[in-house]
Design a protein. Structure first.
Ligand SMILES: *[C@@H]1O[C@H](CO)[C@@H](O)[C@H](O)[C@H]1NC(C)=O
Length: 446
């Protein structure tokens, strides 16, 4: 009787194991959660995934081969880099140095030119360093691109901002805050300084009273006056949690009949306005924001390749799939087609590979499912043997206590492995801040 019950429970467990638990949100790169987070259907859709059969040494050798001739074989680079996660590319760079005695970034810099060089170098650079470079670029030369500063600093969580601040100093020998203060002024300068302190509330519970306190303070006596006194607005944008800020935006729109973007546009002008608009939009709905950024980079004559590269590099392992959908919805056009019209050569192929859902994705998904399936089958077989086969072969009653304990131990360890696999695959922990998702690997691959 007990054994039959065990069989039923075991079978139920092994069947449920096949389907796995739903994937919760994970936010590699410590970014703003999507506006729809929490709703059942919402799922972040990256376009670049870790390769499931990954051999860093082989990749390093292939790249080394590709650099041998007088001209680098760029198709080899395109066939490797966009089909690995950033974390995997960094391992390849490690192996490259170890076995070929050269920094892969340096090699790419020497062998490639133009946008192909920029995008390839970025692809083997840790995210905080990439962000530092984007910030530096946005501040360099005459004029500053304020929107890029707030896009990055409003759109990342505390841990990432701390990493960026540290990388910036290591790389450029200067403090990010000092550079921001030098390049901006007034309300926006104060917002940026607050943002680099990385003191945002990261609890995800929204307190209604605190929301209404902020709304009352921002909409003082029925008037918005952020231009003269931006301090409360800055505090809200830099210190409150993302869900809290969204609620404040919503309440403000309800009271004023205007979208938060229009409100900040009315209050500020020129660069300051651009900075605030990017900040509120990236917090309000990051996917829509980036769709718009892409569209702007490609509209009219000429293309802002720096922007295309920035979006491709920073969002591909987070939500580039959602950004593509948002783009399609808003502009009724395919972002990939637009990119292909605007770019050329290997650079075009590289961008296409990043924006297209890579084949690795299905491979990655199937790989994980196969592993779960194998476990489930193993578990079912064990149960079957225990309940049906074993009693026909030996007199189980004699061995009863021992066999039971042994068998239960086996089941428990299998279930435990299964659980660990689930946690590794679906856990909300950032197993690897750089790459985000980490494939579940039960069976060694090579
Ligand atoms: C580049 O490498 C690919 C794959 O190894 C090969 O098929 C192609 O002929 C090479 N192209 C050049 C220009 O060497």
């Amino acid at each position: 009787m007990a054994r039959v019950a065990l069989l039923v429970v075991g079978l139920a467990l092994s069947v449920s194991a096949q389907y796995g638990v739903p994937k919760p949100q994970n936010l590699p790169g410590g970014t703003v959660p999507p506006a729809q987070a929490g709703s059942e259907q919402w799922l972040l859709k990256p376009t670049v995934f870790p390769a499931s059969r990954f051999d860093a040494r082989a990749d390093a050798d292939l790249l080394h081969e590709a650099f041998k001739g007088p001209l680098a074989n760029e198709s080899v680079i395109v066939s490797i880099l966009p089909h690995r996660s950033l974390a995997q590319r960094l391992v390849i760079a490690d192996k490259y140095k170890k076995y070929h005695g050269k920094d892969l970034r340096e090699e790419l810099k020497e062998e490639l030119t133009g946008h192909m060089e920029d995008i390839s170098k970025g692809m083997v650079t840790p995210l905080p360093i990439q962000y530092s470079k984007f910030l530096k670029d946005a501040m360099e030369g005459p004029g500053t691109t304020e929107a890029e500063l707030t896009e990055i600093l409003c759109g990342n969580d505390n841990a990432m901002i701390r990493d960026i601040v540290q990388s910036y100093t290591e790389r450029y020998g200067k403090r990010l805050q000092a550079d921001l203060e030098g390049e901006t002024s007034g309300a926006l300068e104060r917002l940026l300084v607050l943002l680099v302190q990385a003191n945002r509330d990261e609890s995800y519970l929204v307190n209604n009273q605190k929301v209404s306190d902020d709304v009352v303070a921002l909409y003082n006596g029925g008037k918005v006056n952020w231009h003269d006194d931006p301090s409360r607005l800055n505090q809200v944008l830099a210190l409150r949690s993302f869900p809290h800020i969204r609620r404040v935006f919503l309440e403000l729109s309800r009271k004023t009949g205007k979208d938060i973007k229009d409100l900040v546009e009315e209050q500020f002008s020129s660069g300051t306005e651009d900075g605030y608009v990017a900040c509120v939009r990236v917090i309000q709905d990051p996917q829509k924001y980036f769709a718009k950024v892409l569209n702007k980079a490609m509209e009219g004559l000429g293309t802002n390749d720096k922007t295309l590269i920035r979006v491709a590099l920073t969002r591909s392992e987070i939500d580039l799939g959602n950004i593509k959908e948002a783009y399609q919805q808003k502009y009724q056009r395919s972002v990939i087609k637009d990119i292909q019209e605007e770019t050329s050569g290997s650079y075009r192929n590289m961008l296409t590979a990043i924006f297209e859902l890579s084949a690795a994705e299905s491979e990655y998904e199937t790989g994980a499912r196969t592993e779960r399936m194998q476990l489930a089958i193993a578990l079912s077989c064990l149960l079957f043997c225990y309940v049906v086969v074993l009693p026909t072969l030996i007199d189980v009653e004699e061995l009863h206590p021992l066999v039971d304990i042994y068998f239960l131990g086996l089941c428990a360890s299998l279930l435990y492995t299964l659980l660990c696999c689930h946690i590794a695959e679906f856990g909300t922990e950032h197993f690897d801040k750089i790459s985000g998702t980490k494939p579940c690997k039960l069976l060694p691959t090579s």
